[in-house]
Design a protein around this ligand. Structure first.
Ligand SMILES: [Fe+2]
Ligand SMILES: [Fe+2]
Length: 253
């Protein structure tokens, strides 16, 4: 600051450090880093990063590095999953999409409840969004458990047997088509609930007066829906039909 500047006059936006609230509005993925360190980016979001870290006894350089890493996270590279072995594809679905859902559920539980509690009176659709999200979350938890413990291990067994030309023992559920039918019904139900959330949130458009949490919630719900679309696409359109075809081939052999 020069001798000619008056320290009581606030600096123009371009000259002052960006606040943590502004960082989250610009890139909502950064909320995950602040949440991890217990930094309040909503009500306490008007502070620059250094000040917020100092209050928590955190190293601001370390937190900044994590924020930079989030920003540089590349968009998913195009991958031709249609050529993948079925067990590798099932592993990929678990590692990428099931882990993503499991990590997102606590964040979205907290946010849907908080935003509905604070703004539900003026925006009653938020209460309905919280209810619908709870239903989706519970359904998906049970759904992923069944895939990881019943369906996907059988698909992996089929793929391994096919590779070495070994015979395949029939599963306790009769045919792979039975759990697949159930999984596809559950995908449809979760998809319908997410569609209702999209409609109620006006395509994830926060109102003009929405606070940071409100905006983060809509952005995160939008991200969650997009991930779910890719997840269900890989199962419904690639993994499941190929598993049914593989089983038919094994039975005919
Ligand atoms: Fe899945
Ligand atoms: Fe699924």
């Amino acid at each position: 600051m020069t001798a000619f500047q008056d320290s009581t006059i606030p600096l123009p936006i371009a000259e002052r450090p960006v606040t943590i609230g502004e960082m989250v509005v610009a890139d909502y993925r950064k909320a995950e880093v602040f949440r991890k360190y217990g930094i309040d980016y909503c009500c306490g979001g008007k502070k620059p990063l250094e000040e917020a870290c100092r209050k928590k006894g955190l190293d601001p350089n370390l937190v900044q590095q994590e924020l930079d890493a989030v920003e540089k996270r590349p968009a998913a590279a195009h991958q031709d999953f249609n050529t993948w072995e079925l067990d590798a594809l099932a592993d990929h679905i678990v590692e990428k999409h099931h882990r993503y859902v499991a990590a997102s559920l606590p964040i979205l539980y907290e946010l849907t409840a908080k935003v509905a509690r604070v703004h539900g009176e003026r925006h009653p659709e938020l209460v309905e969004i919280a209810r619908l999200f709870n239903a989706v979350a519970q359904e998906l938890q049970m759904h992923m458990h069944k895939e990881e413990h019943v369906l996907f291990p059988y698909i992996a067994k089929m793929a391994a047997a096919q590779r070495i030309g070994a015979p395949l023992m029939p599963p306790f559920f009769g045919s792979v088509e039975n759990p697949i039918r159930m999984m596809m019904d559950e995908h449809e139900s979760a998809g319908e609930d997410m569609e209702d959330i999209r409609r109620l949130s006006d395509d994830y458009t926060p109102p003009m007066d929405a606070c940071t949490s409100y905006r983060v919630l809509f952005a995160k719900l939008h991200e969650f829906e997009q991930d779910l679309h890719q997840h269900v696409h890989l199962e419904n359109n690639i993994l499941f039909p190929k598993s049914i075809a593989m089983e038919k081939e094994a039975v005919a052999a």
